[in-house]
Design a protein around this ligand. Sequence first.
Ligand code: PBG
Length: 333
Amino acid sequence: MTQTPPAFPASRPRRIRQSAAIRGLVRENTLTVDDLIWPVFVRDGDGVEEPVHSMPGVVRRSVDKVVEAAREARDLGIPVICLFPYTDPSLKTEDCAEAWNPDNLSNRATRAIKAAVPDIAVMTDVALDPYNINGHDGFVVGGEILNDETVAALVKQALSQAEAGADIIGPSDMMDGRIGALRSALESHGHQNVMLLSYAAKYASAFYGPFRDAVGASGALKGDKTTYQMDPANSDEALRMVARDIQEGADMVMVKPGMPYLDVCRRVKEAFGVPTYAYQVSGEYAMIQGAAQNGWIDGDKAMMESLMCFKRAGCDGILTYFAPAVARKLAGQ
Ligand code: PBG
């Protein structure tokens, strides 16, 4: 509860802002390296780091380079690295079979990281879009995104990721019933300790544009994702989605995108008190980096402020492409 302050001059709120030390003393929220999940893009090849033009400072890495990145992240104290594959277009099909290939790019990267850097947690993405010739997160038949058939495929995909050693599985597909299906499949296949971080409140957002470039899904996507991702106008619905996903077995929940949806983060955290994450998505990253590169804002300060806002909104952590830069800054490097 906040207290109404006494009238001026008994109250001079500027007294507690007078120096950096006092501001530190009264600060309500903190951002630490423990709060960071670092999304990285994986591509095939060896020794490759290829820039993503719409995300200045972000690259697609071959598996050996992803392992190097994981080592660097672990040394900085970042607890989780999250993998997104850029799939060769020749492997994209209507049946998306590459999604559950035990040797697909994501699974190869997971195995390589777990072998070389066992103490960083690996998070993987469950959704069909990197493998789908249509660019959609689910199977498309006659223009419709099929729900139940997609869930069955997501189960195969998630099991292949768990077999490869994923610690946290992040279903980003927004199909109905997938958390329950994934949880029971993980249980019955001996993966009781694999965590589910559900993209519970994922909105149909224009801020995913640069990500779709990064994973090579932009050209492929026909239509939009409004029949499965949420309407940006809604927030009661977000609470229903989170309630359902917790009920079905999610360990942690996510709101996505982040900055335009801080009100949703706050409502979710207050209503459920479960570990709550925000995804500061590619478009948010691109806006800050783009403006900074033009000299229109101070990029470093905007980065730190944007992440602190998630903590203020009640989030326990943030998926952010800034993770290594933030970690270095927090470490005074
Ligand atoms: C798709 C997926 C998307 C992102 C993560 N997983 C894009 C989409 O839904 O089209 C976006 C992440 C970002 O923009 O940084 N399964």
